[in-house]
Design a protein. Structure first.
Length: 269
C-alpha cells in the first residue's frame, strides 16, 4: 500500500451511470459533490478521496452502493470544481468541512465512512472525534498515523519534486499528514466497527520504492497492524486505486457493515 500511494501522487457488476455532480455554495466556497438518495434506507455511505483523487476515482462503487443506502461523495477544496480554501489543510479542518457539507445536504448521521488512502486517515480522525456520528469505518488501502514522516524529514529531492509536481492544495495536505496522524492518536478509539481493505500485490515485478517519505522500520509497521485489533481485515491483489481495478472487492468490504440491499431507487444531486 505504501508504494502505490506515492506512485498515485506522481468490471464486474454493471452499475448505472452517475449523474453530474452538483456545485453548491457552502461556507462561502463552491463545493462539488454527488448525492444519491435512497428511497427507504436510513444508512448513509460517505466517501473521502485520496490525495490528488476526485469523485471519478470511485468508479462504479457509489452507484452500486446506492442500491441499498444513500451515498455522498465530494471533492475537497482545491479538487475538481471545488474552490480552493485558504484554511489549513490539516485533518481537523477537513473533517469539519465534510461535516458542514453533510449538514448542508440534509444527510443525518450515523454514517458509514469510506476513505481511500489519505482520505482514510481523515476519516479515522472523524471516527474518533465524533464517534456518535459514525456507524462504521471502511479503510481502502488507507494511510495510518505515523506511516508518513514529517515533510521536513523528507529527502530534499523529494521535497523539491513534490513542490514542483503537485498543486499547492495537494502539497499543503501532504505537509499536514504527520500532524493529522498525531490528531488521530491523541483521541481514544471508541470501538467503531472497522473494515480494513489492503492492496497486496503478489507480482514479482512489484518494486518497493518509498522516496524517503515513509517510516519503514518494523516497529512502525507493527504499530499500524495493531492499531485496530477489532477490525475485519480484507486483502486483494489489486492496485492502490482499488475502486477502479477491484470494484467488487471494495463493494464487498462496504457491504460488510450495511444491511442487505432493498429498493434500488436513488435520486442524484
Amino acid at each position: 500500500m505504501l508504494i502505490p500511494f506515492l506512485l498515485s501522487l506522481c468490471a464486474a457488476t454493471a452499475a448505472p451511470a452517475l449523474p453530474v455532480p452538483a456545485i453548491d455554495s457552502i461556507g462561502g466556497r463552491q463545493l462539488e459533490s454527488l448525492t444519491l438518495r435512497h428511497a427507504t434506507s436510513r444508512d448513509v455511505v460517505v466517501f473521502e478521496n485520496g490525495s490528488r483523487a476526485t469523485i471519478e476515482k470511485w468508479g462504479t462503487v457509489p452507484a452500486r452502493l446506492a442500491q441499498q443506502a444513500s451515498v455522498f461523495a465530494y471533492n475537497r477544496p482545491g479538487y475538481g470544481h471545488s474552490e480552493a480554501a485558504a484554511t489549513p489543510r490539516d485533518g481537523r479542518t477537513i473533517v469539519e468541512e465534510l461535516r458542514a457539507a453533510l449538514r448542508f445536504k440534509g444527510l443525518a448521521p450515523p454514517y458509514v465512512l469510506v476513505g481511500h488512502s489519505l482520505g482514510g486517515l481523515y476519516l479515522q480522525l472523524y471516527a474518533r472525534a465524533y464517534p456518535r456520528e459514525v456507524k462504521a469505518l471502511v479503510l481502502v488501502d488507507a494511510l495510518y498515523p505515523r506511516m508518513v514522516r514529517p515533510v521536513q524529514e523528507f529527502p530534499w529531492l523529494t521535497r523539491i519534486a513534490g513542490r514542483l509536481a503537485f498543486s499547492r492544495t495537494v502539497w499543503r495536505e501532504i505537509e499536514h499528514i504527520d500532524a493529522t496522524g498525531e490528531m488521530v492518536l491523541d483521541l481514544p478509539d471508541a470501538g467503531t466497527p472497522v473494515v480494513r481493505l489492503e492492496n497486496r500485490p503478489v507480482s514479482s515485478t512489484a518494486i518497493a520504492v518509498d522516496f524517503g517519505a515513509f517510516r519503514m522500520d518494523q516497529a512502525s509497521r507493527d504499530a499500524v497492524k495493531a492499531l485496530y485489533p477489532q477490525a475485519v481485515n480484507m486483502a486483494a491483489d489489486s492496485s492502490h486505486q482499488m475502486a477502479l481495478t477491484s470494484p467488487d472487492v471494495v463493494v464487498a468490504a462496504i457491504r460488510q457493515v450495511l444491511p442487505p440491499a432493498a429498493e434500488k431507487v436513488a435520486l442524484g444531486e
